[in-house]
Write a protein of this length. Structure first.
Ligand code: CA
Length: 221
């Protein structure tokens, strides 16, 4: 999952970015409203965490602009502690959830998780698809046999994206865009290597290849 964080606080921004990356979300940080708005339109993010008080352009206007351009990327807004007006205007502008500052990173992770599930049409809680269940805390997967396997950071990011998009044809470049950050070295051929590693761990028929087009997660029914 690829996230955009728009937060100008010089301490909180980098701290959240590090924590989100550690939690397996490839996260880009923007510290400015104008930049952040453009990035949110251009890059294929799965979710955006948007501070409301930003230099350049206020978060609320950014959100309104995204929604008026049919940018439906889920957005969690960060509001001031007692700013109930912010929450109301945020929801009216099209926010999916909010979090009042200060907050614990754990709480942000739980909310991100819930919003991503909801937008993928899945129930909240454990991510379980095709008999696999993903443990997002220790970044491991449980097989139908009950065996638990640990995953590397990239394997985890890739498998989570696949499990949140079952049955969809996903090209190598789509997978690359949703698994890596903006500034990372995006070689989509590397995806093949990770897909093969997942196949070795999960069994050969769970990730199907459509030659020249990409991959589909899930067994043929
Ligand atoms: Ca701010």
């Amino acid at each position: 999952m690829r996230l955009l964080l728009v937060e100008d606080d010089p301490t909180l921004g980098p701290k959240l970015q590090t924590a989100l990356n550690k939690a397996g979300y490839a996260t880009d940080l923007s510290v400015d409203g104008i930049d952040g708005e453009a990035m949110g339109d251009i890059e294929p993010y799965d979710l955006i965490v948007l501070d409301l008080g930003l230099p350049g352009k206020p978060g609320l206007s950014i959100l309104q602009n995204w929604r008026s351009r049919d940018n439906a990327t889920p957005v969690i807004i960060l509001t001031a502690r007692d700013g109930w007006e912010d929450k109301v205007s945020g929801f009216n502008a099209g926010a999916d959830d909010y979090l009042a500052k200060p907050f614990q990173i754990e709480e942000l992770l739980v909310r991100i998780n819930a919003v991503l599930r909801r937008s993928a049409g899945l129930k909240p809680g454990e991510l379980a698809v095709e008999g696999l269940s993903l443990d997002e805390h220790d970044q491991s997967v449980r097989l139908p046999s009950g065996e638990k396997l640990s995953l590397t950071g990239t394997e985890f990011k890739l498998l989570r994206y696949l499990m949140l998009n079952p049955g969809r044809l996903l090209s190598k470049s789509t997978l690359t865009e949703h698994v890596y950050q903006f500034d990372s070295d995006k070689d989509s051929n590397v995806m093949e290597v990770y897909i093969n590693r997942l196949r070795q761990k999960l069994g050969p028929d769970l990730i199907r290849t459509r030659r020249g087009q990409g991959y589909i997660f899930g067994r043929e029914h």
